[in-house]
Design a binder for this molecule. Structure first.
Ligand code: HEC
Length: 149
């Protein structure tokens, strides 16, 4: 194979890998298990219960439960619209320019955090990555969310 053909073959491979959809089952679930399950798993309370006893749960380092696809979407789309994005953002989109307080949980190094943030963003959809809450988001913006299973 000559150089040009080889380069083309490599490029084609790289592009098809990039175009492949990010899904919950293939990408997000394994990442979630590694980085989030510890505090948001089945032993954690659902959001309603969490909020009733917030201080107690915070002290125990227990976040609200989000251990299934449906339960995680709760913090993406509705009713806690954009919570996942607000908490994971690295500060590029937040109002005060500070990272959300779950950003640091994304990885041990800045490189790992950025890589895992990109994965979450690709899953939600780059142009659906919003800090907006349910009262501010438009239907059009909501419909941009991909979050494929
Ligand atoms: C060491 C424990 C811990 C880990 C690991 C952790 N979290 Fe949390 N998380 C918490 C606690 C405690 C809260 C509630 C306190 C607060 O609001 O900051 C919380 C709150 C949240 C919220 C806000 C929920 C709401 O609407 O009130 C989201 C979203 C979230 N976490 C996502 C994640 C994601 C995604 C990961 C993995 C990348 C993660 N967390 C890893 C402890 C953790």
């Amino acid at each position: 194979m000559n150089q040009a053909v080889l380069t083309l073959a490599c490029l084609t491979l790289a592009f098809s890998a990039m175009a492949e959809d990010v899904t919950y089952r293939k990408d997000i679930r394994p990442l979630w298990e590694k980085r989030c399950a510890e505090c948001h798993g089945s032993a954690s309370p659902y959001l309603g219960e969490f909020e009733e006893n917030k201080e107690k749960h915070k002290e125990a380092d227990e976040g609200p439960r989000m251990d299934t696809y449906a339960d995680l979407l709760f913090f993406v789309a509705w009713p806690d619209t954009g919570a996942l994005m607000r908490r994971l953002d690295d500060g590029k989109n937040t109002k005060d320019g500070k990272p959300g307080n779950m950003y640091k949980k994304l990885g041990k190094t800045e490189e790992a955090r950025q890589q895992n943030l990109s994965l979450f963003k690709a899953w939600i959809g780059e142009d659906a990555w919003t800090m907006k809450k349910k009262g501010d988001i438009s239907k059009e913006e909501l419909l941009k969310i991909k979050a494929k299973y």
